[in-house]
Design a protein around this ligand. Structure first.
Ligand code: ATP
Length: 250
């Protein structure tokens, strides 16, 4: 099996609008992939369909060989596919560590409902691992509502990792970050990609072209182009539809 995720004929209509329109896509193992496209191209709807947050009108979503289309979001998460949201969803009144404790305990319950959950020490150990993995240990005791935008985004990633995903979908992970936060987060994502398959939606072309190994360009619900950053930068359809002059894309 060479693709972690294969999508065939995936379609979602909102009234007369085909937000995702018969999309076929393969995401190979071992490759950091990005999905780009202008506003309204269908990127978030694609993620919503993959993760079961929206029911598809037609099509298949094959994750690690099994069709997961039609499954509920929690079933998909328990199979090892997690996501972060464009709209941040942390518990703002809880500390960073407590946000993670809740997520770890919820995952343990879903993953093994009939076995005793991880003990208190086990949960704390897992929380420590997640804090270390995402560089959030320094903020473990901070109330999440007081974090900077960039640190909330890191916490979102840590919360998604609490589910021990093998495939992680990141929706605009650096949106709203300062240049320094962007640099830190991008480095974290690249490091994470060594152990977890990652597909990201991102509008920051500089970041996409720096870290993605394969880029899918969507426009009006369809796949306009796929390829390496070099191929996408040189693609005249992409330049016409989205990127502007080629020197802007480099
Ligand atoms: N729940 C909904 N009901 C009706 N129309 C929707 C809904 N969700 C998305 N759409 C429409 O579907 C199209 C695709 O939207 P989507 O959010 O997937 O695009 P996107 O590529 O993620 O855009 P952006 O980069 O702005 O986030 C848009 O025209 C949008 O207005």
């Amino acid at each position: 099996m060479e693709n972690v995720l294969s999508i065939r004929g995936l379609t979602k209509r909102f009234g007369g609008l085909a937000a995702v329109d018969g999309v076929d896509l393969d995401f190979p193992y071992g490759v950091l992939s990005a999905v780009i496209g202008p506003n309204g191209a269908g990127k978030t709807t694609l993620f919503n369909l993959i993760t079961g947050m929206l029911p598809a009108d037609a099509g298949q979503v094959v994750f690690e060989g099994d069709d997961i289309a039609g499954m509920k979001p929690h079933q998909i998460v328990s199979r090892g596919l997690s996501r972060t949201l464009q709209i941040k969803s942390v518990f703002t009144g809880l500390t960073v560590a407590d946000n993670l404790r809740v997520a770890v305990m919820a995952h343990e319950k879903i993953a093994s409902p009939f076995r005793p959950a991880l003990g208190f020490a086990g949960v704390n150990r897992r929380v420590e691992e997640l804090l270390a993995e995402t560089g959030l240990a320094r903020l473990a005791k901070r109330v999440a509502g007081t974090l900077s935008y960039g640190d909330v985004a890191l916490l979102e990633i840590a919360l998604a990792l609490a589910n021990k995903p093998r495939l992680l979908l990141l929706d605009e992970p650096i949106c709203g970050m300062s240049p320094a936060e962007t640099e830190t987060t991008v480095a974290r994502i690249v490091a994470l990609a060594k152990t977890t398959q990652i597909i990201l939606i991102e509008h920051d072309m500089e970041v996409v072209f720096a870290i993605a190994e394969r880029i899918t360009v969507m426009a009006a619900g369809r796949v306009l182009a796929r390829g390496t950053p070099k191929e996408i930068a040189a693609n005249s359809d992409v330049q016409d539809a989205y990127l502007g002059a080629p020197e802007d894309a480099a």
